[in-house]
Design a protein around this ligand. Structure first.
Ligand code: HEC
Length: 139
């Protein structure tokens, strides 16, 4: 009985740790790809350190808007954003251009990068959930 129990415990622990490490590998992959995509498509305006640019481009690092409006942020990456928004108490009203070449996976990877780097998240924004959100963006 004890042997069986030990065996059971061992396989359970292994299963858990394997799935954990796979998840970690996937998160790293998303993060690294997302960082490269961010530098290519976003850093021009929001800067590599996410601080934004004076009164023109809002900061992503430490942004309260980022945390409160995730679906809108995902949609904005692809469709742009033309609104008056308040980020950390400051008003911005320059338009953010659309970037329709970004695929759902690109958006998911960029979101994983910015939300882990600057949004206190420790998880993947996975491509399936992004696909759903992108289908429901306001036209
Ligand atoms: C040409 C400059 C430009 C580019 C490129 C750009 N943005 Fe923006 N972004 C803006 C502006 C301007 C706003 C404010 C839009 C408004 O007021 O309606 C904004 C708003 C945002 C916001 C919401 C406000 C905040 O700071 O939390 C996020 C998040 C964001 N952008 C992320 C991104 C990401 C990710 C990319 C790359 C896929 C990107 N942006 C590319 C200019 C840009």
């Amino acid at each position: 009985m004890k042997i069986i129990l030990n065996y059971f415990l061992l396989t359970t622990i292994c299963l858990i740790s394997i799935s954990c490490s796979q998840e970690e590998v996937k998160l790293k992959q998303y993060y690294v790809d997302g960082q490269a995509l961010y530098k290519m498509h976003c850093a021009n305006c929001h800067q590599e350190n996410g601080q934004g640019l004076a009164g023109l481009y809002p900061p992503i690092a430490g942004s309260d808007f980022l945390k409160k409006n995730k679906d809108l942020v995902l949609c904005s990456m692809r469709n742009g954003l033309k609104d008056t928004i308040v980020v950390n108490g400051k008003t911005y009203h320059q338009p953010m251009p659309a970037n329709t070449q970004l695929q759902a996976l690109d958006v998911a990877e960029i979101a994983t990068y910015i939300y882990n780097e600057w949004g206190n998240e420790k998880v993947i924004t996975d491509v399936k959930s992004v696909q759903k959100v992108l289908e429901d963006c306001k036209k």
